[in-house]
Design a binder for this molecule. Sequence first.
Ligand SMILES: Cc1cc2nc3c(=O)[nH]c(=O)nc-3n(C[C@H](O)[C@H](O)[C@H](O)COP(=O)(O)OP(=O)(O)OC[C@H]3O[C@@H](n4cnc5c(N)ncnc54)[C@H](O)[C@@H]3O)c2cc1C
Length: 121
Amino acid sequence: MDYDVVVVGAGPAGLATAIRLKQQAAERGSDISVVLVEKGSEVGAHILSGAVIDPVGLDALVPGWREEADAPLSVQVTDDAFYLLGPAGGVKLPNFAMPPLMNNHGNYVGSLGNVCRFLAQ
Ligand SMILES: Cc1cc2nc3c(=O)[nH]c(=O)nc-3n(C[C@H](O)[C@H](O)[C@H](O)COP(=O)(O)OP(=O)(O)OC[C@H]3O[C@@H](n4cnc5c(N)ncnc54)[C@H](O)[C@@H]3O)c2cc1C
């Protein structure tokens, strides 16, 4: 079988590549055939992460994803707490001392496997 593009691996990167290629072709008023080859038994089966997910990529790729009935992310981060753990217990660290990338506000807690299953649809 011949395809215009073969993407190996249906992780977030491969799925986004396939979707974006199809979107760009549609924007040009044309179509291309794209196939995704995945070694897992289904899309998402080999995605390891239970994750805190920044939705910025999903927003760019599928702008209306939050309104979809099967939206893969629904639990938003509302609070960050950081502890230094030791044998005697934990010491809470002040949030202002943490680097900006540790601020998870606007992010979602969810399964990256489910995000991949959603993108595959
Ligand atoms: C333990 C862990 C925790 C993480 N936690 C977070 C987190 O909290 N937040 C966050 O944003 N990120 C997290 N990540 C990172 C996130 O999982 C990766 O950045 C992301 O999955 C990378 O996507 P990818 O598409 O590049 O690769 P992958 O997700 O690795 O997808 C690759 C896909 O290709 C398939 N594949 C590989 N080789 C072949 C082959 N030869 N033929 C066919 N298919 C193949 C695999 O089965 C897989 O489905 C975590 C990662 C790990 C491991």
